[in-house]
Design a protein around this ligand. Structure first.
Ligand SMILES: NC(=O)C1=CN([C@@H]2O[C@H](COP(=O)(O)OP(=O)(O)OC[C@H]3O[C@@H](n4cnc5c(N)ncnc54)[C@H](O)[C@@H]3O)[C@@H](O)[C@H]2O)C=CC1
Ligand SMILES: Nc1nc(O)c(N)c(N[C@@H]2O[C@H](COP(=O)(O)O)[C@@H](O)[C@H]2O)n1
Length: 271
């Protein structure tokens, strides 16, 4: 990645997005924008673990604008491992680290074998992005302490994390789903004074957020639809529908063309 690569987003494209972005008067719960790029067959990537470009240059610039409008950007460990993402904004005109979102990685079982070479750490060391906060399971932390080898790795990783200003944040795991409850994730963010978050993916993260009742925590949805089919075997957005749950729909919908892609904005319908 070139240090000089920046993206330009035309100011005229900003007003149509504003109703779907965190408000100036901050709500009690962190504002949640669910945003990702999808193919025509609802895939995020060609296969699990495969970084796949879907957004064209215009919608990519929009995503980087969105990154400047949120306090945090969240992905699952599957995405961290597959993509080695930068999770900063490379929008032209960014002058301060304050304009960058805080990367949040959901990694309950501590699977991410990161090193100081991973992009997010390189950028944090250069002051071009914030250091990540990694949400780990409280319970898993205790289990890991029994294994000496993992203690060493964990300590080395903690050093890397702390050297750039990042940290692990323990969060309670739900014994039934073996996942975090989204309200606990948001509580952890609120405790860090992060009042808005854009959730970028991947599949498991998005599908777990879109199920009932978790989807009630989502304030807006901004989806880039790219004019391509990825075919079978991709990572698909298709949340489990619970029995008797209402059909999941968007309201206040707007469609905005960005180059060859279309960006669908909406809010989750509560009726
Ligand atoms: N097109 C796009 O906009 C995006 C595409 N991607 C693609 O998605 C793929 C990765 O997706 P997945 O394999 O589904 O991985 P993922 O990024 O959703 O991570 C899955 C892991 O995250 C953790 N996790 C997820 N939800 C959790 C929850 N509620 N509580 C606690 N932990 C949770 C678990 O450890 C789980 O194994 C990659 O190929 C990546 O390139 C990822 C983000 C955006
Ligand atoms: N908006 C969007 N369009 C695509 O085509 C994508 N593949 C993604 N992926 C997400 O962006 C992350 C990569 O970010 P960096 O450019 O490395 O900062 C990737 O991890 C996905 O979360 N998004």
């Amino acid at each position: 990645m070139s240090r000089k690569e920046t993206l330009t987003f035309p100011p005229t494209s900003i007003p149509p997005l504003t109703p779907y972005l965190p408000p100036l008067n901050k709500p009690k719960k962190p504002w949640v924008t669910l945003t990702y790029a999808t193919s025509l067959d609802a895939s995020l990537s060609l296969a699990p673990g495969v970084r796949t470009t879907l957004s064209g240059p215009h919608s990519k610039a929009m995503t980087h604008y969105l990154r400047t409008q949120h306090a945090a950007i969240l992905v699952g460990v599957g995405t961290a491992m597959a993509d080695d993402p930068a999770l900063n904004s490379r929008l032209e005109g960014i002058i301060s680290l304050d304009q960058q979102p805080r990367p949040i990685i959901l990694d309950p079982r501590g699977r991410w074998a990161f090193t100081a070479e991973n992009k997010v750490f390189q950028l944090a060391a250069r002051g071009e992005g914030k250091a990540p906060f990694i949400l780990v399971s409280r319970e898993e932390e205790e289990e890991e302490e029994e294994e000496e080898a993992s203690i060493t790795t964990q300590q080395e990783q903690e050093k890397i994390l702390q050297s750039v200003g990042g940290k692990y944040i323990p969060v309670e795991i739900c014994s039934e789903t073996r996942r975090f409850r989204w309200r606990d994730v948001l509580k952890a963010l609120a405790e860090e004074e992060l009042d808005s978050v854009m959730v970028e993916g991947g599949g498991e993260v998005i599908n777990s957020l879109l199920v009932e009742p978790e989807n009630q925590l989502v304030d807006s949805v901004i989806v880039t639809i790219a004019p391509t089919w990825l075919g079978q075997g991709g990572v698909v957005v298709s949340p489990t529908r619970k029995e008797n749950a209402p059909q999941l729909k968007l309201r206040e919908v707007s469609w905005q063309p960005h180059g060859e892609d279309v960006v669908l904005c909406g809010k989750i319908s509560r009726t």
